[in-house]
Design a protein. Structure first.
Length: 202
């Protein structure tokens, strides 16, 4: 385990209002990595997908937190929000466009968040976890999030895992390997707003 990941795995429980405010969920990664959902996904992928959205909806309703479930694309040019028919205000379901993976949508969304210390990225994908942690976000593995959702359904003050690293963002980046730092810099350049040219006086 390298320095970039060592702090991410030191989970400690936090309760109730101290839970982070927003969760970005790498949906297909969760379906393939979760011991609970993986067997269902092998038999009926559509049912597994709906089951995941159901569980996240119940989590949002129980905790009042926000969650964005991101699936890989449906052929659009921009991430598309679809109706989930769960009646939960805090839940969004997104599909990435064909030119972007769900990971890329999550990376860009986290980058644009004003307070990344209140954002959790749920995925077992190491590259996604390291990049988002490098931006100051929290990370959580699939199995732990499934357990957190299960607990939240039974108790509105459910325990949740927080993987906050206790260092400022600039130190987090220092701990990343060169490949991850390069991806972070490339993301910044991609999302940097264009500079306006100053008009010369006539």
């Amino acid at each position: 385990m390298n320095a970039a990941t060592s702090g991410m795995e030191s989970l400690h429980p936090i309760i109730g209002s101290e839970m982070p405010d927003k969760y970005y969920i790498d949906a297909y990664n969760i379906l393939h990595k979760s011991p609970l959902l993986r067997p269902l996904a092998r038999e009926d992928f559509e049912s597994a997908r709906e089951a995941l959205v159901d569980k996240v909806a119940a989590f949002c309703a129980a905790t009042g937190k926000l969650a964005v479930v991101v699936f890989d694309g449906q052929g659009r040019h921009h991430p598309e929000q679809v109706s989930h028919n769960r009646g939960v205000a805090g839940l969004q379901v997104l599909y990435s466009p064909t030119n972007l993976s769900a990971d890329a949508v999550i990376e860009r969304s986290v980058y644009q968040e004003k307070n990344r210390l209140e954002v959790v990225v749920v995925s077992n994908d190491r590259g996604l976890r390291e990049l988002c942690a490098g931006m100051g976000a929290l990370v959580m593995e699939a199995g732990h999030f499934i357990a957190t959702m299960r607990e939240a359904r039974g108790d509105t003050s459910a325990t949740a895992a927080n993987t906050r690293l206790g260092e400022p963002l600039q130190h987090l980046e220092d701990r990343l390997d060169s490949e991850t730092r390069g991806r972070l810099e490339a993301l910044r350049e991609t999302l940097k707003p264009p500079t306006k040219e100053k008009r010369r006086p006539s």
